[in-house]
Ligand binder design. Structure first.
Ligand code: SAM
Ligand code: SF4
Ligand code: SF4
Length: 386
């Protein structure tokens, strides 16, 4: 195995805190943390959003995420028995929900590649928040299988989808997904999702300077007034394989300026605390938000840190809990589950881990070296999801 192929071998322990790597008996015998939705971390941030990666595989090779040279035929993906089963995912999710999670996003890899994903959705759809409400249950997909699966997903209880689409120009899109996948098939998937009622749909466009910035305006024109929210994401330095360079990041402020020159915008209030996207509405002639024309979002993870109210936890395909998208290490919840821990023990472990969380990578980025400041490799986005 080459150095390049070792990036998924992440140690189990998050050494930035003094917590044990797999919460053990001694850890669990400390004061139990009761799941009552009131949990907060060292910076007072609650736990509200859980992103669950259901597979580390993908049928695309987007060069900013799973470059072909690394994720080639010799790459070893997780074996099936390493993956959390749907029952295990649901059990952990239930504990997270008791701790205050209100939103669950399924991701990957490509989540629609996980066999019978609709069965997991059925199970998750039965969960209720601490307030007794249904979860905001969503999924991020590259859209390649959406035309086939949209109705099935909706019937299973999925509320909405986010589709990743980096441009409308077929040649640009084919080269960015790097498997020659046609844009028309993703557009058909988006249409099927709309028909199935999986809305409001969001579209994520990763903007890479020099690669697809000329697609910004065509994308804005296409989705303005469609009921779909287009979000422009700054190309991020996640993982260690995408050869990220700052000069390929197009700051969101420039995206907003560009769209505004042709389609005037007004800034909108965030829709929820911890919201990752800054919202901009299309303006009418009097400079007010034209609701029918809709809005765009910009996610400025590189140029504008938004860690202050980050309420997101991430569960990897094999059951490791990551407290930050840029973390090097996760906490092994699968061992705990498979060692027959009770729900109360699981809740206590997750509670302790969250209470000790102090992650703020985006805020520290400028002060840190590219190797994460401590010589450790960051986890790949395709492994823990976006
Ligand atoms: N395969 C699915 C998809 O592409 O939507 C779900 C997983 S993907 C890792 C989740 C999101 O992360 C996608 O919207 C993708 O564009 C985004 N993403 C991946 N690598 C990124 C990077 N280096 N910078 C910014 N966004 C990235
Ligand atoms: Fe696959 Fe999504 Fe990563 Fe693209 S961004 S390689 S579609 S996981
Ligand atoms: Fe949250 Fe980490 Fe992103 Fe900051 S860098 S917003 S803590 S995921």
């Amino acid at each position: 195995m080459t150095e390049r192929h070792m990036r998924r071998v992440v140690p189990l322990l998050d050494q930035r805190s003094s917590l044990p790597r797999t919460p053990d008996a001694a850890f669990l015998s400390n004061a139990k943390i009761i799941a009552n939705g009131l949990l907060s971390d060292t910076r007072g941030r609650p736990l509200r959003d859980l992103r669950i990666s259901v597979t580390d595989r993908c049928n695309f090779r987007c060069n900013y995420c799973m470059p072909k040279e690394v994720f080639d035929k010799d790459y070893s993906y997780l074996p099936h028995n390493a993956l959390l089963t749907f029952e295990e995912v649901t059990r952990v999710a239930k504990v997270f929900v008791a701790h205050g999670v209100q939103k669950i996003r399924l991701t990957g890899g490509e989540p629609l590649l996980r066999k019978n994903i609709e069965r997991l959705i059925e199970q998750l759809a039965t969960l209720r928040t601490v307030e007794g409400l249904p979860l905001d249950l969503t999924l991020t997909t590259n859209g390649s299988l959406l035309a086939r699966k949209a109705t099935l997903l909706k019937t299973a209880g999925l509320q909405r989808v986010t589709v990743s689409l980096d441009g409308l120009d077929d040649a640009v899109f084919r080269s960015m997904n790097d498997v020659d996948f046609p844009v028309a098939d993703v557009l058909a998937g988006i249409e099927a999702a709309q028909d199935a009622g999986l809305g409001p749909i969001k579209i994520n466009m990763v903007v890479k300077r020099g690669t697809n910035e000329h697609e910004i305006l065509p994308m804005a024109r296409r989705f303005r007034g469609s009921g779909i929210v287009l979000r422009f994401i700054e190309y991020m330095d996640v993982g260690a394989t995408n050869g990220w360079r700052m000069n390929e990041v197009l700051p969101s402020s420039e995206v907003v300026k560009l769209v505004h020159t042709e389609l005037p915008l007004v800034q909108l209030e965030p829709s929820a605390p911890g919201e990752t996207a800054e919202r901009w509405g299309y303006a009418n002639v009097s400079g007010k938000h034209d609701v029918a024309a809709g809005e765009i979002g910009v996610i400025s993870s590189v140029t504008q840190a938004f860690c202050g109210d980050c309420n997101r936890a991430r569960l990897s395909t094999e059951g490791k809990l990551y407290l930050c998208l840029f973390a090097s290490r996760g906490y092994d919840l699968r061992s705990l589950i498979r060692a027959q821990a009770s729900d109360a023990d699981l809740a206590s472990a997750i509670g302790h881990i969250w209470q000790n969380r102090g992650d703020q990578y985006s805020e520290l980025r400028s002060a840190m070296a590219a190797d994460n400041g401590n010589g450790q490799r960051r986890v790949e986005m395709s492994y823990i999801g976006g």
